[in-house]
Design a protein. Sequence first.
Length: 462
Amino acid sequence: MKLKVFSPYDLSLIKEVPLMGKEQAEKALKTAYALFQNQALWIPAHERIAILERTAELMNERMEELAITAAQEGGKPYLDSKVEVLRAINGVKLAAEHIGQLKGEQIPMGLTKASENRIAFTTKEPIGVVLSISAFNHPLNLIVHQVVTAVAAGCPVIVKPANSTPLSCISLVNILIEAGLPEGWCQVMICDHKVAEGLVKDKRINYLSFIGSSKVGWYLKSILASGTRCALEHGGVAPVIVEKDADFKEMLPLVLKGAFYHAGQVCVSVQKVFAHHSICEELANQLAKLASKLVVGNQLDAKTEVGPLISPQEVDRVEEWVNEAVKAGAKLLVGGKRISDTCYQPTVLLNPPQHVKVSTLEIFGPVICIYSFKNRDKAIAIANSLDVHFQAAVFTKNIDVALDTVKKLNASAIMVNDHTAFRVDWMPFGGRDASGIGVGGIPFTMDEMTRDKLMVIKSSVL
């Protein structure tokens, strides 16, 4: 069987790739498990560094090809996809650099009579076979975070990319192999959900890395074999608190970018802005004016600022949610209509009711909601009231207000005078509560993909 990969913009066929079944999944798992069980086959640290350095070089040489592939299959505008490739290359370099930091520590002995004449220290070992299940929205950089980290930590890895965007993953794995990664250490599984679920359940999997919806992620966690560790990265609604002293000139372009980057299909896209009542309408109207000027269209056109959603079904969903909000009383300031089967206008809603879907669920589309508040603590309480908590932000010139807001917002990371989608790949990144478990970011993921081994030496000469 073949999996057809389509362009999200015009639904044209890009490529067909083989769809793998249970037998191939079992073969991949046997290969990975055998590599991990035989320590003589483990890749020394210096070889892993050399492989990743060569990988970064090859990616740099093929930057244009990788950018076009990522844009074509994922729908992210070409210029943003080019930035994604640069991030991915930097991520590979970060992983290579962090290999030297995978180290243990001395554990003090002699603190009690029973611990005399002993010396103890820990070492780091790869955790085992890693299974990475990825999402569509960053088809190259997510694979770097889920695959290159495993390679750097010394783990065999099986990766299942999103079926809508497998081509960037295949390209990266081929580059890793070309760079010298031995056979079997990184295997791509293009398969359906049932086959993937079978891999997740298998006791030979030591670590699951999942990026995607919370419904799927928490279900997969529930079927893991005993002892399998995991990291789940889901989404959020990225609340932003804007005080009356916020600098509009600096804030508006940041909020605009945070809301409509990749058509809002980012787990930390700006979705809910709580603005002080004295500036709320002005903020909403100015943001709507900027949103109306954004160029929506073919992601391969260098002029495009907002590309398509990943599928027509997603446009249908976003359209339904916006219509529900407007019918319930939200003021539609701009947008609110589909442009084509896969493109939707950048949309700004003012004061949608708190019970409608755009206020209670992750939109994952080009829609931003502005809410007026008089009491900041009440706005924060509303922001905290949902069960998803990822990144958030506050805009103010008052350091005390900023610190108080950071303290009270329930989020894993809070930006002060910046949008919620800010990220660099060496910082900790991950949701809390229903938004996920575990810590992402290149060095943090590598640490999670290792485990400590303690050695205690008893000697009469110590």
